[in-house]
Design a protein around this ligand. Structure first.
Ligand code: AMP
Ligand code: ZN
Ligand code: FE
Ligand code: FE
Length: 281
């Protein structure tokens, strides 16, 4: 099985890169993609933990914001980790997440909730990309909600009055950056409509022009109608079709490899990177 989209404790997953690699080996995965939000900090530990026949596809899920304020996630896979501009853009996005978190907390405190930035820091591993799931964990620790899921449903979803966005590249900027860094660009869960406003079908032509290589079709946040629409767009535009778990450890219900990518689609994607960067033991 090929699972190209997972998270570790370097962002908002709960398994360390080593634990995730071990789970993938135990489950007999063929290829594991590690795509923490806006960081490559887990790549080294994952590489050092690799054994047996498992292969690693290292990447990052890059947070993007369209000019209309729609949140988009772009998977960059197999790019050169030493690409200076890529590391700068990832760092800028990570840096913008702290003032954003402070603003969300300010809004919550204004409504009488007992939550602080220290609570969020206490709820996350140091160095991880800070995100709403860590705020959710802090709200659980403070007994304001019972779970990450409840925190998102009641307080933290994209349309919530507490939601604040953070500075991020546009999807077109992220795609062209991924391509300049030698990688492949796959748009993550583009029609996950329950999360909030989504891209229109027409916007895919701009993404294609920027260099988009693939579309994540099989993902638990997309229903069968949404998946069929995306499959049609991918076929029309000759883009690779992927499926993945978006595993977050115990932070989400998603189980490793619950959706996966077909081998011929993966081979098509892999051939589009500017160097052979799949990691073997
Ligand atoms: P952020 O990047 O800070 O805007 O947070 C987005 C992250 O929240 C994504 O990685 C999602 O996987 C995660 N997320 C969204 N909804 C939920 C949920 N119901 N339970 C747990 N995590 C969620
Ligand atoms: Zn996440
Ligand atoms: Fe995502
Ligand atoms: Fe993800």
């Amino acid at each position: 099985m090929i699972d190209l989209h997972t998270h570790t404790s370097c962002s908002d997953g709960t398994d360390s890169p080593r634990e995730l690699v071990n789970k993938a080996i135990v489950q007999g995965l063929e290829i594991l993609g590690i795509t923490d939000h806006d960081t490559t900090s887990g790549w080294q530990e994952a590489t050092e933990s690799l054994r047996g026949s498992l292969k690693l596809v290292l990447g990052s899920e890059i947070s993007c914001l369209t000019s209309d304020g729609i949140s988009v996630h772009m998977l960059g896979l197999l790019f050169d980790p030493n690409h200076l501009e890529m590391q700068q853009v990832l760092e800028e996005t990570r840096d913008g997440r702290l003032p954003r978190m402070r603003k969300m907390i300010e809004k919550m405190r204004a409504e009488g909730m007992d939550i602080s930035i220290e609570d969020v820091h206490n709820a996350m591993p140091s160095g991880a990309t800070m995100g709403r799931p860590h705020l959710a964990d802090a709200l659980v620790a403070k007994k304001i909600v019972r779970s990450r899921d409840e925190a998102f449903i009641d307080l933290l979803h994209n349309e919530s009055r507490f939601y604040v966005s953070h500075a991020a590249p546009t999807p077109v900027e992220a795609i062209s950056l991924i391509k300049r860094a030698g990688g492949v660009a796959v748009i993550a869960h583009p029609f996950a409509s329950l999360r909030g406003e989504i891209l229109s079908s027409e916007s895919f032509t701009d993404l294609l022009q920027a260099g988009l290589d693939g579309i994540e079709v099989d993902h638990r946040d997309q229903n069968s109608d949404e998946r069929e629409l995306l499959r049609g767009i991918a076929k029309d535009l000759n883009l690779a079709i992927t499926g993945s778990s978006d595993y977050h450890g115990t932070g989400k219900l998603n189980s490793l490899a619950e959706n996966h990518t077909h081998r011929e689609q993966w081979e098509k994607l892999e051939s589009l990177a500017n160097a052979r960067r799949v990691v073997s033991a």
